[in-house]
Design a protein around this ligand. Sequence first.
Ligand SMILES: NC(=O)c1ccc[n+]([C@@H]2O[C@H](COP(=O)([O-])OP(=O)(O)OC[C@H]3O[C@@H](n4cnc5c(N)ncnc54)[C@H](OP(=O)(O)O)[C@@H]3O)[C@@H](O)[C@H]2O)c1
Length: 330
Amino acid sequence: MTISTRTLGTTGPVTSALGLGLMGMSDLYGRSDDIESIVTIRAALDAGVTLLDSGDFYGVGHNELLLREALAGRDRESVVVSVKFGILRGPDGGWNGVDTRPAAIKNALAYTLRRIGTDYVDIYRPARLDPNVPIEDTVGALAELVDAGYIRHIGLSEVGADTLRRAHAVHPISDLQIEYSLISRGIEASILPAARELGIGVTAYGVLSRGLISGHWSPDRSGDFRSSLPRFGGEHLERNLALVESLREIAEARGASVAQAAIAWVLAQGDDIVPLVGARTRERLAESLGALDLTLDAADLAAIERAVPTDAASGDRYDARQMSILDSER
Ligand SMILES: NC(=O)c1ccc[n+]([C@@H]2O[C@H](COP(=O)([O-])OP(=O)(O)OC[C@H]3O[C@@H](n4cnc5c(N)ncnc54)[C@H](OP(=O)(O)O)[C@@H]3O)[C@@H](O)[C@H]2O)c1
């Protein structure tokens, strides 16, 4: 099977038009099954997905060990491995802030390379801006790792336009990883235009809003990290699920599922955007890959935007504390 490709920014790698995000296979989204996770990653590679996104803190190393198993026996050069670092965890699984000091970056990368069983990472990125470290220092240290051949590209995550500019002035940035979906359109005002001006690609996460607009979410499904997200609770949830039903009508009229319409909408926002889907099973993967066969024309896009207008989401995408520390929300 061939999947169309996209290039991440002017300096980034060529990847499949859809990437697979591995976070939910280790953390935050309730119970997962390691065997199914590995089989799903391999099925994605077999289908032509070349971009795999992980983080050293997803399951405190567990995610990278899954990746190691999934990549065993595969052609490493044909896969674009994206890894986030900088989030501090504790032995109890707790969250202890951010550290992107140069020495911490080198230490984290050393462990990541060993866990994944590779001698380079294709895109390495701080998961969050460290308030105590100038972005120039962080990117400067990453640039040294590029020169040494340990990483191929530098990415960023959840930063705003000013940080993008400062970082890009130190070393070309391949892509910004940031939440973008029909109900999370905050990047359209200044972040996406800045990325485009600088030639930086976007790897969009949460294109299904962490499952909320997948068409498979139901109010009785809770109990994981998502219970802390405003959009998943009470009246917000009710309103957001009503939007999903409006989208369902449009999707079904085109012979597609809700998830496929939501992913295809992101794909239609520009060739510089690569959606990362969080499929954790082969079934969800197959559904999301179907979005690549759904071409939305101008009338379809207009109908979708009437059903889910720009600011239609009810509730913030993160809790109040997270919203206050996100560089991308300043
Ligand atoms: N940089 C950052 O700050 C950041 C933050 C979050 C995520 N990410 C990255 O982005 C990736 C994707 O984010 P996400 O996992 O929140 O994305 P998502 O695709 O919006 O949500 C995934 C959730 O939707 C459910 N789902 C329902 N139908 C689906 C379908 N057809 N295809 C895929 N999933 C479906 C998933 O599986 P189940 O129904 O099986 O539960 C899962 O619970 C992550 O894995 C991670 O690599 C980055």
